[in-house]
Design a protein around this ligand. Structure first.
Ligand SMILES: Cc1cc2nc3c(=O)[nH]c(=O)nc-3n(C[C@H](O)[C@H](O)[C@H](O)COP(=O)(O)OP(=O)(O)OC[C@H]3O[C@@H](n4cnc5c(N)ncnc54)[C@H](O)[C@@H]3O)c2cc1C
Ligand SMILES: NC(=O)C1=CN([C@@H]2O[C@H](COP(=O)(O)OP(=O)(O)OC[C@H]3O[C@@H](n4cnc5c(N)ncnc54)[C@H](OP(=O)(O)O)[C@@H]3O)[C@@H](O)[C@H]2O)C=CC1
Length: 485
């Protein structure tokens, strides 16, 4: 067979999500004369807009889906090609694609994101949420649903429980309290009243410029490589079932078995555990606490796995414990001239005491930006220093309609339970938690319009001894910003 012609690029970025697009945009700023290729499996790419700095390490921003031309017209030396990286030849520095094309690079950045982990017993009744296509499928299924089961206790489960109306939801979680992946039991209790409230149904106005992927065959449902959605995944969707909203939380459980109706009816012992008024459901789930629920479908919201297979096949990349591409402090993988950023990577450097990885939009953007500097500097022979954003974990989001800001070791991560907590709590208004070790602030959770994020960010970063202030640190009558800003 004839070898394809090799098309030459200085930089290749694989992936059109936040990490990849940010990396390409910043490569253009740093090195506009270089030819950069963004190779992406999806027809639409992500773009960050309306960036508003909240603190030194924290921005709020919106993410839109765009036609690739938008990036190409903004950054003329950046080309976007919709194709899938099928094989990577690290020796010859070549990327081979599914369409049979071949590209050479001097520096490559892998930004292929992550794929949802799906319950082991996946089948036609198990769905997940990752990209535009899976969100649309969820919308289609929810409209005829009376009861669904959501499995997981992280970001997606939390947002889905809040956004979906007109359906009975069984929320099955491993933990003792909801949203444990992000918040502590106190904060969960603060949010609890919103759980039972039926969310106002405003008009479904899409904040995101909406593009419909017309040819769903372009990405097969099983390939799981669509670009990841973000905070506004629900805007523009109608997420209403056909009954009354009701939430049943099943805590400290996992899924034991998933049954088809025929199978469950054959199990006499199972029938006795079913609620007699239930009638027939398309699928049944047995939980580890012995309960069996019938439902219309199951949502698997149990986290993500880095999407590394396209690069690891035939190569020897070192991987982190969670299966991501291991990267050093210059975002380099263990293969020459190959960098990685976003959900696909696992930081292998000695991270700062108040930073850790969470696979979030914010970090995908920060890593994409820093990776571009690392790629450029390694080509130009320039010295660069680690970006300041890796000094402090910070995340701004919304849960149950409340603004949530997480800073540093906000859940005492890595402190082995050896910390004190300072708390200020006004029901329905605000929840402020500080994690303290020997009078120094290590992390904070801020829920509501607290306006404390900048002050607390400084206090965590500068590790000032706050012992003398004791609980007055959160005294609402003392304006601590005057002391510490
Ligand atoms: C429903 C949902 C809600 C979320 N909400 C939030 C939130 O509120 N806040 C937050 O901070 N984070 C949120 N996240 C997480 C956040 O979206 C991700 O962490 C972030 O988008 C990851 O960006 P990425 O660029 O690393 O990967 P992705 O966005 O997944 O992009 C990966 C890209 O690589 C491409 N690709 C994959 N394989 C190949 C290949 N072989 N060849 C070519 N291209 C390939 C894909 O097509 C895609 O374009 C949410 C995630 C989901 C699913
Ligand atoms: N507002 C935000 O910031 C949002 C962020 N996201 C991000 O999108 C990505 C996908 O979200 P999501 O899927 O919710 O993932 P998350 O990583 O947020 O949460 C996954 C949850 O599932 C639990 N889990 C893992 N395995 C099982 C299992 N077999 N059975 C039951 N529960 C299990 C985890 O528990 P454990 O940790 O104990 O393993 C954890 O509570 C994540 O990177 C997330 O951070 C998504 C939506 C909103």
């Amino acid at each position: 067979m004839e070898e394809p012609v090799t098309e030459e690029y200085t930089y290749i970025v694989v992936g059109g999500g936040i990490a990849g697009v940010t990396c390409a945009e910043h490569l253009y700023i740093l090195h506009p004369e270089a030819q950069t290729l963004v190779l992406t499996a999806t027809p639409l790419i992500k773009a960050v807009t309306n960036v508003l700095p909240l603190t030194k390490t924290l921005d709020t921003f919106e993410v839109e889906e765009h036609d690739p031309n938008t990036l190409q017209s903004k950054c003329p030396s950046v080309s976007v090609i919709q194709d899938c990286m099928a094989r990577l030849d690290v020796e010859k520095q070549l990327v081979h694609t599914s369409a049979g094309r071949c590209f050479s690079y001097q520096k490559l950045c892998v930004c292929t994101g992550a794929t949802p982990k799906v319950l082991a017993e996946r089948g036609p009744h198990v769905v997940w949420l990752r990209d535009t296509e899976s969100a649309q499928q969820f919308q289609t299924r929810i409209k005829d649903a009376r009861r669904i089961m959501i499995v997981g206790n992280g970001g997606i489960a939390t947002e889905m429980v809040y956004e979906v109306t007109g359906v009975e939801i069984i929320w099955a979680m491993k933990d003792k309290h909801m949203t444990a992946h992000f918040i502590d039991p106190g904060a969960a209790e603060f949010m609890q009243p919103e759980l039972i409230r039926e969310k106002d149904e405003g008009p479904t106005i899409s904040k995101r410029r909406k593009y419909t992927v017309e040819h769903s065959s372009q990405i097969s449902r099983t390939s799981l490589i669509g670009g990841s959605l973000g905070p506004d995944w629900h805007s523009g969707l109608k997420l209403k079932g056909k009954t009354e909203r009701k939430i049943i939380m099943e805590k400290e459980v996992e899924v034991k078995r998933i049954f088809e109706p025929m199978e469950v009816m054959q199990l006499e012992e199972a029938i006795t555990r079913l609620n007699s008024e239930e009638g027939e459901w398309p699928v049944y789930v047995e939980l580890t606490n012995g309960k069996i629920y019938g439902c219309d479908f199951i949502v698997s919201a149990i986290g993500v796995t880095p999407n590394v297979s396209a690069v690891t096949t035939g190569n020897n990349f070192a991987l982190g414990e969670d299966g991501g591409l291991l990267i050093d402090e210059k975002m380099r993988t263990t293969e020459k001239n190959i960098f990685a950023a976003g959900d696909v990577c696992s930081p292998g450097w000695q991270v700062a005491p108040h930073w850790f990885q969470m696979r979030l939009w914010t970090q995908a953007r920060q890593m994409g930006s820093y990776a571009s500097k690392c790629m450029w500097s390694s080509l130009a022979g320039e010295e660069i220093y680690m970006d300041f954003c890796f000094e402090l974990f910070s995340h701004a989001t919304k849960f149950f309609g409340h603004k949530v800001i997480l800073l540093g070791l906000f859940n005492g991560q890595g402190l082995d339970g050896k910390y004190e907590i300072l708390l200020r709590y006004t029901r329905g208004m605000e929840y402020i938690k500080c994690v303290m070790v020997e009078g120094r602030m290590q992390g904070a959770v801020l829920i509501g319009e607290t306006d404390m994020e900048e002050t607390f960010e400084n206090l965590i970063l500068n590790q000032m001894d706050l012992s003398e202030y004791g609980e007055d640190l959160l005294n609402p009558d003392i304006d601590i910003e005057d002391y510490f800003d």
